[in-house]
Design a protein around this ligand. Structure first.
Ligand code: ADP
Ligand code: MG
Length: 319
């Protein structure tokens, strides 16, 4: 099985722990997104899989084999970095095939892989250009092609699209998913962008301060966040989260009572919790101009035009 398994993995630089007790299994052939704010340990985690960083303690398994001490070159990984580092003096073809030439892949096989990659990543016609004569998007596609032709079992990507403009990013995301549907590698994709995570991922592993917060499908991460960090991180604008008092079936939001529906009341009563945090996504609020039963009163203080609508932008103010 081309799965990847972290077993209680810690990583420290000197006295600073940056990955703290990671348990995570990445399934064979899935697109797993490592998501989280800048500095939470995503790249470090990815680089441990690639064999570019030592593991401080714990174990890492790939394909059922412990790889803690297996060098990068023996792990069958292809990697794409944010700063894709093409060889400036080599043209597109040489950049893409460099690794294959080092591996002494037979000429015919190399040609076939090259042409498939040029085709898929829309690089036909650019074969002889040097990186300096390509746009950012084209360079990024060369970096993707260079990784794709390796036909590795594991495809590791670290913020691969963050240098592209918004439009290119959308089309590159689609290309990536297409590549994956063809080759079915095990993909680990690092990003801090939740939209990218939602659109590319089969599952999302959300990290914060070196710890895994939630591991689940994009749907569940959005609809059933495991904790407050997840609820606030996913969604834009973020979920409103308020500490509230709760009595019988009613919470107090500011000074306003708000009656909860029975499904929630049951769950809260069963949990025996004495402290309650109330979360609601902006997109689930509806604004009425006149008073409604069991509605909250508030003032719209700020409206942002998103083009497709304004509705997502009302926020609770405590009144
Ligand atoms: P992310 O990719 O999620 O932004 P990183 O994995 O790159 O985060 O980094 C996690 C933390 O580890 C950061 O606080 C970063 O400063 C620190 N870090 C990363 N590499 C090193 C290093 N070589 N030496 C010391 N600290 C590092
Ligand atoms: Mg990073």
């Amino acid at each position: 099985m081309k799965e990847i398994r972290f077993e209680n993995v810690y990583k420290s630089y000197g006295k600073t722990e940056v990955v703290k007790g990671l348990h995570l299994t990445i399934k064979e052939g899935e697109r797993l997104i490592l998501l989280g704010p800048s500095g939470c340990g995503k790249s470090t985690t990815l680089r441990m899989i690639a064999g570019l960083e030592d593991i401080t303690s714990g174990n890492l398994y790939m394909n059922g084999r412990k790889v803690n001490d297996v060098p990068s070159g023996k792990r069958d990984v292809a990697m794409v970095f944010q700063n894709y580092a093409l060889y400036p003096h080599m043209n597109v073809v040489d950049n893409i095939t460099y690794g294959l030439r080092v591996q002494k892949v037979p000429k015919e096989e190399m040609k076939a892989r090259l042409h498939a990659a040029l085709d898929m990543l829309k690089l036909k016609g650019y074969e002889n250009r040097l990186p300096k004569d390509l746009s950012g998007g084209q360079r990024q596609r060369v970096a993707l092609a260079r990784a794709v032709v390796k036909k590795s079992d594991y495809f590791l990507l670290d913020e691969p699209l963050s240098n592209l403009d918004a439009q290119l990013r959308v089309s590159a995301r689609k290309e990536l998913v297409k590549i994956h549907e063809l080759y079915k590698q095990t993909i680990v994709y690092v990003t801090h962008d939740q939209i990218e995570a939602m659109t590319v991922g089969n599952r999302i592993a959300l990290m914060h301060e070196g710890k895994l917060q939630m591991l689940d499908t994009p749907e569940n991460v959005y609809h059933r966040p495991a904790n407050i960090f997840t609820a606030k991180f996913i969604g834009s604008p973020p979920t409103n989260v308020l500490d509230v008092d709760y009595q019988n079936d009613t919470v107090l939001i500011g000074k306003q009572p708000f009656q909860l529906n029975q499904m929630w009341v049951k769950q809260i009563d069963q949990s025996g919790a004495d402290r309650l945090v109330f979360g609601i996504r902006p997109e689930h609020l509806e604004i009425f101009k006149t008073a409604e039963e069991n509605a909250l009163q508030g003032t719209v203080k700020y409206v942002e035009n998103l083009g497709s609508g304004y509705g997502d932008l009302c926020r609770f103010t405590r009144s």
